[in-house]
Design a protein around this ligand. Structure first.
Ligand code: SF4
Length: 447
């Protein structure tokens, strides 16, 4: 069926990992990590440490994080993280070389931790897991209020190569509208402190589609970010309908108006960054021309899709070739608190508790999805080499539909999204989900 692009809503969901965590289920057999990792390549693993704390809850955020951490919770959390690291490192064994090729601290807000706690976090990554943080790319997320000089000094001293800061908007009223009260002066000061550390890659996150945001104010935020010459910029569409303005209107007209606002601002942002010498890496990600390419990147990073991933912390995922696993997942604040408390009390980290098996079909979908959403596209020969078939044989209906909408083209052995295809990444991605994953996601009860 050749549906016109006009009728398709552009913002369905952000596919930064497939399958989504809402398709994970408790694993009744609770497989031992030592068995799961026994046959896996372990010489280029990614390490991810998850810190599920933030100083405020942004209105648009549905990540696994809680506000504030009373009493000794951060200490208890780091204690548990250390116990988990010991158990996981033991499960990886020593019969084959175990090496980490990249590391990242994410959240939440890792810099919610104090400088001393960040030292401990680095120690866990190095001494317990064996990651050589000074030798591999290390990416850390931060926020304006928590990017303090002492914390940044620890991170820079321990080998951080990329700092990613969620600014969202340089316009104070927009920050308030997105339920993240902050003053521009504080944001600029935080950016100055980050640049003072000399960490080579600065990433700034901005959001479009905020209530009251116009081409003029969006341009103001883009220019304020560009003034720092960030090596990377992520432009995110807002996903949670604002509570005022457009959000007060109900029905299809309001949805259409919001979609149009976001598409308009996306195109403006993209064109503005391209005109300033940035390259588009994916719908959201832009990299400054000439800005090195060794640091691990944000959620759109493609490099680790075939590598193993070790996630530590109660919201982190781990990937072997046959299983993606994590702990329980929730977005409701009370449930998140309970899951974090359970995590801090856990004594046994030797088994996978919640996850989803990845069979050959899902591995193909994952490869296609994550490659196609990159601006550089996917090499057909690489896909064939890995899976023994052509993408057009495996996904004839989906690929024909995308081409019919003008979203996809094949040139020089590359399957690549057109500019309109990239603009509609969040509509296109979900169409590649398998029926089983779709079904599991639909059956997931938010908690
Ligand atoms: S700082 Fe980041 S993780 Fe924390 S609530 Fe805001 S968007 Fe979510």
């Amino acid at each position: 069926m050749n549906r016109g692009a006009q009728s398709i809503r552009p913002y369905r969901s952000y596919v930064y990992a497939y399958p989504h965590k809402t398709s994970y289920r408790p694993l009744p057999e609770r497989p031992a990590l030592s068995e799961l990792w026994a046959g896996e390549r372990k010489d280029a693993l990614s390490l991810y440490l998850h810190i599920p704390f933030c100083e405020v809850r942004c209105g648009f955020c549905n990540l696994f994080t809680r506000i504030g951490a009373p009493g000794e919770l951060t200490t208890r959390y780091l204690d548990a993280l250390e116990r988990q690291a010991v158990a996981v490192r033991e499960a990886l064994g020593d019969t084959e070389p175990v090496r980490f090729a990249a590391a990242a601290f994410g959240g939440g807000t890792p810099t919610f931790l104090t400088a001393g706690e960040l030292e401990r976090l680095c120690d866990i990554a190095e001494r317990r897991m064996g990651a050589d943080l000074r030798e591999v790319p290390l990416s850390v997320e931060t926020s304006p209020a928590t990017a303090t000089a002492d914390r940044l000094a620890v991170l820079a001293g321990r080998g951080t190569t990329r700092v990613s800061i969620g600014v969202q908007s340089f316009v104070d009223a927009e920050a308030r509208a997105a339920v993240r009260p902050q003053r521009r002066a504080d944001v600029e000061a935080a950016l100055g402190r980050i640049r003072d550390t000399g960490v080579p890659v600065l990433n700034i996150d901005l959001i479009y589609g905020i209530d009251g945001q116009t081409e003029t104010t969006w341009r103001r935020s883009l220019d304020a970010a560009l003034a720092w010459h960030p090596e990377e910029l992520y432009l995110y569409p807002l996903y949670v309908r604002p509570l005022t303005g457009l959000g007060r209107q109900a029905g299809a007209d309001a949805d259409t108006a919001w979609d149009e606002q976001r598409l308009r601002l996306y195109r403006q942002g993209r064109d503005h960054l391209l005109a300033h010498g940035y390259q588009q890496v994916s719908m959201r990600m832009f990299r400054r021309g000439g800005a090195g390419g060794t640091a691990p990147r944000g959620p759109d990073d493609h490099a680790c899709q075939t590598d193993g991933m070790i996630g530590l912390g109660c919201g982190a995922r781990s990937y072997t070739s046959g299983l993606h696993y994590s702990f329980d997942y929730a977005v409701d604040m009370r449930r998140i608190r309970a899951i974090i408390d359970d995590y801090t009390e856990a004594a046994d980290f030797t088994r996978a508790e919640v996850g989803r098996r990845i069979d050959g079909g899902e591995a193909r979908r994952r490869h296609l999805l994550q490659s196609l959403l990159q601006a550089q596209g996917m090499e057909v020969a690489g896909y064939r080499e890995r899976f023994g078939s052509a993408p057009a044989e495996d996904f004839p209906g989906e690929l024909a539909a995308f081409a019919g909408r003008g979203w996809l083209e094949e040139t020089g052995g590359l399957l690549r999204l057109t500019p309109e295809g990239l603009a509609h990444s969040d509509a296109l991605g979900p169409e590649l989900f398998s029926p089983a994953v779709r079904h599991a996601m639909a059956a997931y009860e938010p908690k």
